[in-house]
Each structure stands twice: as structure tokens, then as C-alpha cells.
Design a protein around this ligand. Structure first.
Ligand SMILES: [Zn+2]
Ligand SMILES: [Zn+2]
Length: 208
């Protein structure tokens, strides 16, 4: 039995996947770094996995990797975003999407403490080496290097879906067509519990 816990971290939350012999921290958020560190201190975190390289998911990555002394994993297609958050165009759907893009781009101009992902994610990569029974799924579209994590009946999808408040494809993205294909991949994964980074969930702990 594994547990996935929601950890608030600013606009995007983190998910902590607790396995038999270790844990994986999925995303790092952009606020509450000290609080996140305290919340995961007992979890034997062995890897920080970033679902993609947007500011609101990676701001705390350098600090947490250093404090926890663990490697960071990211899909190689998102490496350019670590250099420049505006390395690729961000497109928006509708008026709400344009507002979201406006605020996102403001955030993206803030300085980012640099870090280098030591592990490059790919589709189907198993995470057993880090103490959890889970695997990576590529979910490109929101960014080219967006990924999710499948663990038991749950899938952590990063920003490949958002709760706004209904579960829907993101309103900001690099490629809309790939976004919709990734939604199909999520559906085809057969996962019964879909965990997003943005939006409200009543439960904060899931047994998977
Ligand atoms: Zn986000
Ligand atoms: Zn994002």
C-alpha cells in the first residue's frame, strides 16, 4: 500500500508519493519551502521529480534538493525552460487563458535559483529504484517535456489537466493538439484517481 499526500506550495501544490522503502516528491511549488521541508522530513525522500519546468512547480527545487540531498528528475525537453522560462512560446485559450498567461509570465520573470537535473525522465521509466512502485508517463502539450506519474490507481498529471473547478485541459500551453492527445493518454492509463497541481481537492491523502 502506498500513500500520496497533497502538500500546499503556492499556486501549484506538491504531491508526496510514499512507497515501501522511500518517497518521491513530485514538484516543489514556489512558496513555503521551509514548511514543505518539515512535512517531508520523515518520509525518506529519495528523488524530486518535476512534472515540468514552469516556475510555479520548480521554484523550490534547488533549496529542497540541497536540503534533502537528493537528485532532481526532469524530462529533457523541458531543460531549455530552466535557462529561460520564455524559451518557448506560451499560448492561451480564451479570455481566462489570456489572464492566466499574463500572471504566469509575470511570475516567470522572477529570478530562479539554478539547479541541474541529474535524472532525465522518459516514458515508462520505473521509479522503483527510489523506493516507490510507480512509473513515468509522458504528457506533452502544456510544455513539450510535461510528464505524469502513475502509482497504483492514481495518476499525478502536473498541469496536463487542471481543476478549474471541473477537470479540464490547461488554458495555457505550448501545443494544444498535444495537450488533447495527452488527455487521451491519461484516460487510457485507466487511473481512477487524477491528481492535479492546480485546483482544490477535499482529500489530502490518497491510498493507492
Ligand atoms: Zn502550474
Ligand atoms: Zn505549468
Amino acid at each position: 500500500m502506498q500513500v500520496i499526500e497533497r502538500i500546499p506550495a503556492g499556486t501549484a501544490c506538491c504531491w508526496l508519493l510514499r512507497g515501501e522503502t522511500g518517497s518521491v516528491l513530485i514538484d516543489t511549488g514556489m512558496r513555503n519551502a521551509g514548511q514543505i521541508l518539515r512535512q517531508v522530513q520523515d518520509a525518506n525522500v529519495r528523488l524530486i521529480l518535476l512534472t515540468h519546468a514552469h516556475f510555479d512547480h520548480i521554484k523550490n527545487a534547488a533549496f529542497l534538493a540541497q536540503e534533502l540531498k537528493v537528485p532532481v528528475a526532469l524530462h529533457p525537453a523541458d531543460l531549455p525552460l530552466l535557462e529561460h522560462q520564455s524559451a518557448r512560446p506560451l499560448n492561451a485559450q480564451g479570455v481566462r487563458g489570456q489572464m492566466l498567461r499574463y500572471f504566469s509570465q509575470k511570475l516567470m520573470q522572477k529570478p530562479l535559483e539554478p539547479f541541474s537535473p541529474e535524472i532525465l525522465l522518459s516514458d515508462g521509466m520505473r521509479l522503483n529504484a527510489y523506493g516507490v512502485d510507480a512509473q513515468v508517463i509522458e504528457l506533452p502539450g502544456h510544455t513539450a517535456g510535461s510528464t505524469g506519474v502513475i502509482a497504483g490507481e492514481a495518476i499525478v498529471v502536473g498541469d496536463a489537466l487542471m481543476r478549474m473547478p471541473a477537470l479540464s485541459p490547461p488554458l495555457i500551453f505550448e501545443d494544444r493538439k498535444s495537450c488533447l492527445e495527452s488527455v487521451s493518454r491519461i484516460r487510457e492509463s485507466g487511473a481512477k484517481i487524477v491528481l492535479t497541481s492546480h485546483g482544490f481537492t477535499i482529500r489530502r491523502r490518497f491510498f493507492v
